[in-house]
Design a protein around this ligand. Structure first.
Ligand SMILES: [Zn+2]
Length: 185
């Protein structure tokens, strides 16, 4: 299970392990939490009280400290794994749903012709479609896009990056994802 780490204003920062979360709890770094405790970690025995220390880790924690504004403004980093989730593992040209190993990052405007490696110029395509299109523009190849690219928001990026997202974490993140996102599907 991963814990969703927020800054104190509620903006998503990272997925962290329960062990990493426990370190933040132990150093009194947790400002507030959401949801019920989802895991209890046990530490050492306290000599004075004779009790074992115990940390209840919540699935969503907000950490104390300054709010880094830079990360908020930047577009999320583009990776194949996140691109395929954004596009729901569906080839933008033939519409087939594929396994990740059969998919590619397709540059709509080919990089060999000045196209950029960005969220807005990249789309998911199966290997045959990517090969067929080659270094042509969609209109030159007479291959139209079945859906359009977009830049994920920070909340959406957290969903794209998540490995096993718990229901309450998904509910929190989706609440801030625009209705136009494919993740609402
Ligand atoms: Zn295809």
């Amino acid at each position: 299970m991963d814990v969703l780490q927020l800054d104190v204003s509620g903006r998503p920062q990272a997925w962290i392990t329960t062990r990493e979360a426990a370190v933040i709890y132990a150093s009194d770094g947790v400002a507030w939490t959401l949801g019920d405790p989802c895991q209890v970690l046990r530490g050492g025995w306290q000599r004075i009280t004779g009790r074992q220390s115990r940390i209840e880790v919540h699935s969503i924690i907000a950490v104390r400290g300054a709010v880094p504004s830079r990360a908020w403004r930047q577009a999320p980093a583009l990776t194949n794994a996140k691109l395929f989730v954004r596009d729901r593992f569906i080839c933008a040209y033939c519409g087939h749903r594929c396994l990740p190993e059969d998919l590619t990052r397709e540059h709509i405007h080919p990089t060999s012709r000045g196209g950029q490696d960005t969220w807005m110029n990249c789309i998911t395509a199966c290997r045959p479609c990517n090969g067929r299109k080659g270094s042509r523009l969609p209109e030159e190849a007479r291959m139209s896009l079945l859906y359009l690219p977009y830049v994920p928001s920070l909340h959406e990026d957290m969903i794209l990056r998540g490995r096993r997202i718990l229901a309450d974490q998904m509910e929190f993140l989706l609440a801030s994802v625009p209705r136009s996102s494919r993740l609402h599907g």
